[in-house]
Design a protein around this ligand. Structure first.
Ligand code: UFG
Length: 332
């Protein structure tokens, strides 16, 4: 059985669907603080899915899930991921993201589970020294969120040497889109991300979309990011797990499209997909936003044989379909 921590959240639940569709048995571990029980219920209807409510900060909870199920491998998503919040409240990030993962790894040692795929981030690189960013780019995070994840990467390397736990660290760039059948999607109670914010501004008339700064040193003055589709990302987790099973060695991979879109370009694609003009306001820069971030993901393509298939337009179309489904949940 595969344990998915944070499987009721955005990326974890898409990874769960990917595995369910490959007839894998999974158990989702989630404290439902940010994940949603509705997502778990949707997943349960699709295949062999167990759910265990628990928190990584409580070792009894984690030991509980390992005692109850025969876990063969772990895919670990559960974490806080708001950069701004991490600056104000670093303790929350280190306790959950770092200390919580330490509990998970210690439990793996105790139960002799030796394989883990870890959800890391391009935020571990910090301010880019060059782009595209490859896996050898120096890691100097500029916020506690990135530091909390980098610490885990280092702990995992030490746990490999000392206890033989093999880990694949996946450093995501910006994740976008939703399930192609609109069964699940991005559902954050506090939404900070670009694409859902543009789409929500159309649904909620009182929530005007704001571009955070248009005087960056980029082609149109707005920040450039690398938007990878969430289903493509989920497939990378499956490939990483297969790689671990076959090669039994630790490694790290960037997951991005190797292409960058500016905020204004994303906005224009949203207008095209929705076939309507969307109101927008240019406001001041958001602190800590680097001008340009995009990935060199050739390593994942060459070694994991990962082929991202979806375009940014596909992602926006699916995100838009999902936003309308989500509206019905939220209005219930
Ligand atoms: N942006 C806006 N308006 C919004 C929201 C975002 O203009 O309402 C801009 C941001 O300033 C940024 C771009 O859109 O230039 C993308 O912002 P997101 O918040 O969607 O994504 P980030 O690039 O800030 O964050 C992503 C991941 C984080 C990760 C970070 C690393 O979501 O988990 O990259 O830098 F930590």
């Amino acid at each position: 059985m595969i344990l998915i921590t944070g499987g009721a959240g955005y990326i974890g639940s898409h990874c769960a669907i990917n595995l369910i569709e490959k007839n894998k048995e999974i158990v989702i571990f989630d404290n439902l603080e940010l994940g949603h029980i509705e997502t778990v219920e949707t997943l349960k209807k699709l295949g062999k899915v167990e759910f265990y409510k628990g928190d990584l900060r409580n070792i009894e909870d984690i030991e509980g899930v390992f005692n109850k199920y025969k876990i063969d491998a772990v895919i670990h998503f559960a974490a806080y991921a708001l950069v701004g919040e991490s600056v104000i409240n670093p303790a929350k990030y280190y306790r959950n993201n770092t200390f919580g993962t330490l509990n998970l790894l210690d439990t793996m040692v105790k139960f002799n589970v030796k394989k883990i795929v870890f959800s890391s981030t391009c935020a571990t690189y910090g301010e880019p020294k060059y782009t595209p960013i490859d896996e050898n780019h120096p890691q100097n995070p500029i916020n506690p969120y990135g530091s909390s994840k980098l610490a885990v990467e280092k702990i995992m390397n030490d746990y490999d040497r000392a206890y033989g736990i093999k880990s694949i660290k996946l450093r995501y760039f910006n994740v976008a889109g939703a399930d192609s059948k609109s069964r699940i999607g991005e559902w954050h109670n506090i939404e900070t991300h670009l694409i859902p914010n543009i789409l929500k501004s159309v649904i909620k008339k009182d929530q005007k979309f704001k571009i955070f700064g248009d005087d960056y040193n980029t082609k149109d003055g707005t920040c450039i990011r690398d938007y990878v589709n969430v289903e493509d990302l989920a497939q990378a987790h499956f490939l990483a797990l297969s790689y671990l099973e076959k090669e039994n060695k630790s490694d790290v991979f960037n997951l991005g499209t190797q292409d960058g879109q500016s905020v204004k370009e994303i906005f224009a694609i949203c207008e095209e997909v929705l076939n309507q003009k969307i109101e927008v306001e240019i406001t001041k820069k958001r602190e800590g936003d680097p001008a340009i971030l995009y990935a060199d993901s050739s390593k994942a393509r060459n070694i994991l044989k990962w082929v991202p298939e979806k375009t940014i337009k596909d992602s926006i179309k699916k995100a838009w379909e999902w936003e309308r489904v989500l509206k019905t949940y939220v209005e219930k």
